[in-house]
Design a protein around this ligand. Sequence first.
Ligand code: CTP
Ligand code: MG
Length: 230
Amino acid sequence: MADAVAVWAVVVAAGSGERLGADHPKAFVRFGDNPLIAASVAALDDHPAIEGIVLVVPAGWEERATFMVDDIGAGKASIAIPGGATRSDSVAAGVAEVPADAAIILVHDAARPLIPADLIDRVLGGFADGADGVIPALPIDDTVKRVDAAGRVVDTLDRSELRTVQTPQAFLADVLRRAVAAPDRGTGTDCASLVERAGGTVATVLGDPRAMKITTRADLERAEELHRAD
Ligand code: CTP
Ligand code: MG
């Protein structure tokens, strides 16, 4: 399906990176030779199915985003705009910049620098009948428990029914546009949750451990090792 239609990507990078604790926003911490955001932008720019990329960055960082794009020669990343207070607000701002003729929008966290090309292929290829969105998901190896406020175990969950999910996440553009426009869209930590709230159907494909999210300093070090090994 995705082969014949226009696909645009929105990279959300407007968070502050509080848990990383650097002195500037997480998307602009050094990763290899470039700011963190450059790695995922380069991967999306290299993918033949993607026509254009919108970068959503912290207010005041638009020009630095443009320098980064020039520096790495990511010709498809022509738009850099400021994000909002929550991830959902930043996604809404980015989606509003995607041209009306895009049929599929891929949303990606800049905090996930490594996007193997075959992961993008799987996500774009996963629009089975009736799916409004496709997201990469990984099975859980650890046992998962629900606890109360005091940390006492309340319940042991059936991990065979659970997945951790990643980005890039792909959506039919009109479905995502409607989901992000909902006044009660909430503050979900991914886009699929917005589409789920709006009643959409979301399919999963196998994720990739390399598409890990950088939250802490230790994550940054691990991702740099994976990057060097690539
Ligand atoms: N994000 C965003 N706009 C926000 C909040 C988050 O674009 N208002 C983006 C982040 O830049 C990141 C992705 O959403 O690429 C996932 O968010 P997270 O990993 O939580 O990043 P931060 O919010 O920056 O980190 P922290 O929660 O530690 O402050
Ligand atoms: Mg956050």
